[in-house]
Design a protein around this ligand. Structure first.
Ligand SMILES: NC(=O)c1ccc[n+]([C@@H]2O[C@H](COP(=O)([O-])OP(=O)(O)OC[C@H]3O[C@@H](n4cnc5c(N)ncnc54)[C@H](OP(=O)(O)O)[C@@H]3O)[C@@H](O)[C@H]2O)c1
Length: 296
């Protein structure tokens, strides 16, 4: 095995960028591991190069990749096969979501959401696993390889008006928690992170630019991405399976366990009407005539 590396997807923005900055702030040291390289993955290479320049950290390696592209994923796998690094930390943070009803979205948006949030996360994890080795058995100790998967509290409950996103995050939670038990005897720790609303560019992108900030009840519980990254790293180092971040999200998590889902969804519908902020985007697929569209 070659150099010891960390891989962070979604490193060009928001929470992933905060992870990258936090690891650099800790001088590339993670427990007893010092990274030789930190691979920062994203589609926007200029942004990644800009972050590397601003942080003045030579060990950051910008990796331009569209994780929804099978070609880019194959190229990533080939690069690993060629360089044979020892992956000590994998942070799956890249993600996207588009608010609005399922009917208001082009089918491509739903496909992209599943591709980036689910398929790429599972596939990248699988591709990286052969390069993550640890001979030390459980329980957790410093120096063991870590995986941090960024899910969301949206994954605990179905979410009308954000259906594909919430379902994709339910996948991330289920996949990551199962993976924890598959890997912990091998000494690889998988930590699932479930934040609520976080102050990043996510909301702007999710509403097609219509809203730059969270609204309604969510605006009162918005988390800071740097604090979230710090808490996530701490949870990962401690070998925790899941971090539900913030009091409000812990309360929501508890409610999702004890209150019937239909009651919560009824309450949500009454208090938070479903909006279609990004409605009207077309994806070029054949559509019925306007008069046939709504069948009641
Ligand atoms: N912000 C929130 O309220 C919130 C709450 C809970 C969970 N989360 C989760 O946190 C994660 C990070 O979101 P964020 O808030 O930091 O949003 P963000 O600022 O929009 O960042 C999203 C990141 O994902 C990357 N990405 C998106 N599509 C990609 C693709 N096809 N290929 C490669 N990279 C891609 C983007 O990089 P490029 O544009 O360079 O490709 C960007 O770095 C996501 O998984 C999100 O679901 C966010």
């Amino acid at each position: 095995m070659g150099r010891i590396i960390a891989i962070i997807t979604g490193a060009s923005s928001g929470i992933g960028k905060a992870f990258l900055e936090e690891i650099v702030r800790e001088h590339g040291v993670y427990g007893s591991v010092t990274f030789d390289e930190i691979w920062a993955v994203g589609r926007n290479e200029d942004k990644l190069i800009g972050i590397k320049t601003r942080l003045g950290e030579d060990r950051i390696v910008p990796v331009k990749a569209d994780l929804a592209s099978p070609e880019d994923m194959s190229a990533f796998a080939e690069r690993l096969a060629l360089e044979k690094p020892q992956i000590s930390l994998l942070i799956n943070c890249a993600g996207m979501g588009m608010k609005g009803t399922v009917e208001a979205h082009p089918a491509k948006v739903i496909e992209d959401t599943i591709d980036v949030n689910c398929t790429s996360l599972a596939k990248l994890t699988r591709i990286c696993l052969p390069y993550m080795t640890s001979k030390t058995p459980h329980p957790a100790k410093a120096g063991k390889p870590r995986i941090i998967n960024i899910a969301s509290s949206a994954g605990y409950l179905p979410q009308p008006g954000f259906a594909a996103y919430a379902a994709s995050k339910a996948f991330v939670i289920s996949f990551s928690r199962a993976l924890y038990y598959e890997l912990n005897d091998r000494g690889i720790i998988v930590t699932t992170i479930c934040p609520g609303p976080v102050n990043t560019d996510f909301q702007r992108k999710a509403t097609g630019g219509a809203q730059t900030e969270f609204t309604g009840i969510r605006k009162h519980v918005v988390a800071d991405p740097v604090k979230l990254a710090k808490a996530s790293i701490k949870a990962s180092k401690a070998g925790r399976q899941v971090l539900v971040y913030g009091f409000s999200q812990k309360a929501l998590h508890l409610a999702s366990k004890i209150v019937p889902t239909s009651w919560i969804l009824f309450f949500e519908k009454k208090t938070m009407p479903v909006e279609d902020p990004a409605a009207g985007i077309e994806d070029g697929l054949p559509q019925p005539e306007a008069s046939e569209k709504s069948v009641t």
